[in-house]
Write a protein that binds this ligand. Structure first.
Ligand SMILES: Cc1cc2nc3c(=O)[nH]c(=O)nc-3n(C[C@H](O)[C@H](O)[C@H](O)COP(=O)(O)OP(=O)(O)OC[C@H]3O[C@@H](n4cnc5c(N)ncnc54)[C@H](O)[C@@H]3O)c2cc1C
Length: 477
């Protein structure tokens, strides 16, 4: 089989790449090893209830510019339920702190919420000022320089109190970066912090329909209407090609697909499996794939017999005894579910501590943790439960990995890399995946003589953070 572009992997990165190439006269084939498309951002029907459930609950941020643009192209942007009353609720037994963006310009918009936390003193909040200043001024060079340092050491060195490190930083490292603070790259964490500090009105949104339903059928239709093909249950066994010659792949059933361009939109571990051994020395990125260790998740779905809350989501503050971090009541998120009893989905992040636990034990412990926030959960009836054990949510952003994230182009002509873990300027997430797919499509279109701008950069920072950034750029200091 010959095609202009072979995209390996039908997750959100591969599908975004396929959509980005549409309308340019290039033949596209997407090959996906599973029976279903969507990869780590997919959903399916729960057999017992008939509900569409996601692999695990996912959030979007209003700064997911590439993903929101993809949804706009696909006609589903309006299917995101945005939280408008607050950014997040942080729960630390017995206190729930609503974190709101105040009216002051960023980063002062958070100060009131932080000071309203009963366990955070003014001295704790003040101890974070130096780090906030560092993050406001952060450049990409700083991110790379700080990448080698563990975030916990960095924050200690900056004088951040233990209380503030535990309350804010350890919680953010777990919930957003999916690793403990001690194992998180300071550069990667501070870059995310800059995003928080740089927007006056950052919002959190949730898919109001199943995650796959947001983009999989629409992207499939678009690619197929353009003459492309999407082959499921068609895993790539090995990449093929020679210097300067077309690249391609051999599928598990022995079919050979030759292509002018080949986009690997698979996780680093999968790329390691399909790379011919003789190619490993040909690009520095190929030698670093084992650095990207998976961060596993356990996502538990609990169907209760009554409405337990009107809140869409809340997050537990870091504690060594926590099992779950973020929880979502889908009855307050999904359209048409408003009158239903609570369906609560919770994430055990970097879930090694749950490895030896049975599903029953996970359900019991998750219910106990939910009941700390919503006491009625303890005595209401649990009608149904599901435990999803997920080997990887994202590759761990351990110290040193940010520098190893590869760019789109490889040293092999025609072979391009996409996926959430590649170098996009975002933590590994859906936004990173979409941006990576579009960067690969842009590269192909440029080489095909049909240049087109698809990927959106990070938005300009706002408020005082924006001013500081602009001054730093203008003065070069
Ligand atoms: C439980 C959970 C919660 C998450 N929460 C969030 C969140 O709140 N917000 C957020 O933005 N992100 C979140 N993420 C991360 C987000 O889902 C991923 O970053 C994103 O989906 C990665 O997309 P991708 O296309 O790069 O990779 P993938 O989704 O992994 O897609 C790669 C595809 O390639 C296929 N493949 C692999 N090897 C081969 C082969 N040899 N041949 C053919 N196909 C192959 C795989 O089957 C897969 O479909 C979460 C992930 C999980 C699992």
């Amino acid at each position: 089989m010959y095609t202009d572009v072979l995209i390996i992997g039908g997750g959100i990165a591969g599908l975004a790449c396929g959509v980005g190439l549409c309308g340019n006269g290039l033949r596209v084939v997407v090959v996906e090893q599973s029976a279903a498309l969507g990869g780590r951002a997919r959903s399916w029907v729960d057999r017992e209830t008939g509900d569409v459930v996601d692999i695990g609950p996912h959030i979007l941020l209003s700064e997911y510019r590439n993903m929101l643009r993809l949804l706009e192209l696909l006609g589903t942007r309006e299917r995101i339920a945005w939280r408008t009353d607050r950014f997040i609720t942080l729960f630390e037994k017995p206190h729930a702190v609503p974190v709101r963006m105040g009216r002051l310009p960023a980063p002062l918009h958070f100060v009131r919420s932080i000071l309203s936390a009963p366990t955070i003193s003014i001295a704790d909040a003040n101890s974070n000022a130096r780090t906030t200043w560092t993050a406001m001024r952060l450049t990409e060079d700083d991110v790379q320089r700080l990448d080698g340092v563990a975030a916990a050491d960095f924050l200690r060195g900056q004088g951040v109190t233990k209380r503030f490190r535990d309350w804010f930083w350890a919680s953010t490292a777990m919930s957003i970066m999916n690793v403990p603070l001690e194992r998180c790259s300071a550069g990667a964490l501070l870059r995310f912090y800059q995003l928080l500090l740089g927007h006056n009105d950052l919002r959190m949104g949730f898919p109001a329909i199943g995650l796959s339903e947001l983009y999989v059928p629409q992207a499939t239709r678009r690619i197929e209407a353009d003459g492309g093909r999407i082959l499921t249950q068609s895993g790539v066994k090995r990449l093929t090609g020679a210097d300067g010659a077309p690249v391609g792949a051999v599928l598990a059933d022995g079919t050979r697909v030759d292509a002018r361009w080949c986009v690997s939109a698979v996780p680093p571990q999968s790329l390691g499996e399909i790379l011919p051994p003789e190619w490993r020395g040909r690009d520095p990125a190929f030698a670093e794939l084992s650095a990207f260790e998976p961060s596993p998740y356990v996502s538990t779905y609990l169907w209760f017999d009554r409405k337990l809350t009107r809140e869409p989501s809340w997050a537990r503050v870091w504690s060594p005894s926590n099992l779950n971090y973020d929880s979502y009541d889908l009855s307050n998120i999904r359209s048409g579910w408003e009158a239903r009893p609570s369906v609560i989905a919770s994430n055990i992040i970097y879930s090694h501590r749950a490895d030896g636990m049975s599903d029953e034990a996970i359900v019991d412990a998750t219910r106990r943790e939910i009941a700390e926030y919503l006491p009625e959960a303890a005595w209401s009836t649990l009608r149904h439960a599901r435990v999803h054990r997920i080997p990887m949510a994202i590759p761990c952003p351990f110290p040193g990995t940010e520098r190893k994230r590869p760019p789109t182009r490889t040293a092999l002509p025609g072979l391009l890399l996409a996926g959430d873990w590649t170098r996009t300027g975002f933590p590994a997430c859906m936004e990173s995946a979409v941006r990576s797919g579009w960067l690969a499509a842009e590269q192909i279109l440029a080489e095909a003589g049909r240049p087109r701008r698809l990927a959106l950069g990070l938005d300009a920072r706002e408020g005082i953070t924006g001013l500081v950034q602009r001054l730093r750029r203008a003065t070069g200091t």
